[in-house]
Design a protein around this ligand. Structure first.
Ligand code: ADP
Ligand code: AMP
Length: 217
């Protein structure tokens, strides 16, 4: 199964991807996570992406498309879920070309719908584990021990791009450049809109309803 998960930054894509991966055994290909790893490893790509990420702008399409199509080819037989990609119509067109070249298609496109106010609240309270990448929220999804990762006990950190100035740029980029991606896919595919304002378990149920039906067919 190949799945695309669309939605604003902070909508809950990463949180739901972890659950989807556990249930369906897919690879989680998150463009944001891959970019953060490239930065930590101080690669050329990481260095090129740095200023865009820090200011909340999108990294140029060419870099992203190369990075994501490479990740998709890593394990060609595995199903995957794309998280945070495509984020522009141009990226979606390039994704379609890459899929066509491999005689493949996306089986499901899910669009997490949520308003900006909630997204801001989610991003400002987001904390993540620098070691394993697990994501928490100071009110909504608290770790068992304050500030410590449930999995490895590492002290949780706040993402630097979750501060309020950068968040407003990221939301602007989402509305201007990423929202049209859902419209692009709606031209010739079904896009399942999911109410992402509900609590995490309820959002998972809505997603699993769609994906279970596909997995059976
Ligand atoms: P994204 O990957 O879309 O940027 P995340 O999955 O990192 O979003 O979620 C953003 C923040 O919101 C995190 O702190 C997460 O714990 C929290 N969160 C995720 N889903 C929900 C939800 N359904 N309700 C409340 N908080 C949520
Ligand atoms: P995320 O973790 O998905 O919130 O992404 C963090 C940052 O990485 C974004 O604000 C962008 O600067 C960059 N980024 C992630 N995915 C993409 C993408 N598909 N296209 C362009 N930039 C991206």
């Amino acid at each position: 199964m190949r799945v695309v998960l669309l939605g604003a930054p902070g909508a809950g894509k990463g949180t739901q991807c972890k659950r989807i991966v556990d249930r369906y055994g897919l690879l989680h290909l998150s463009s944001g996570d891959i970019l953060r790893k490239e930065r930590t490893a101080a690669t050329e790509l990481g260095r090129k992406a740095q200023s865009y990420m820090d200011s909340g702008e999108l990294v140029p399409d060419q870099l992203i498309v190369e990075m994501m199509t490479k990740a998709m080819r890593n394990d060609p037989d595995a199903g995957y879920i794309l998280d945070g990609f495509p984020r522009t119509v141009n990226q979606a067109v390039e994704l379609d070309k890459a899929l066509e070249g491999n005689c493949e298609d996306i089986d499901a496109i899910l669009n997490l719908e949520i308003d900006d106010k909630l997204v801001i609240e989610r991003m400002s309270g987001r904390r993540s584990c620098p070691k394993c990448g697990a994501v928490y929220h100071i009110k909504n999804l608290r770790p068992k021990v304050d500030d410590k990762c449930d999995i490895d006990g590492t002290t949780l950190v706040q993402r630097p791009d979750d501060n309020s100035d950068v968040v407003s740029n990221r939301l602007k980029a989402y509305h201007q450049q990423t929202e049209p991606v859902a419209a692009y896919f709606r031209n010739n595919r079904t896009v399942y809109d999911i109410d992402a304002s509900k609590d995490p378990d309820k959002v998972s149920v809505l997603i699993f309803e769609k994906l279970d039906a596909l997995a059976k067919s």
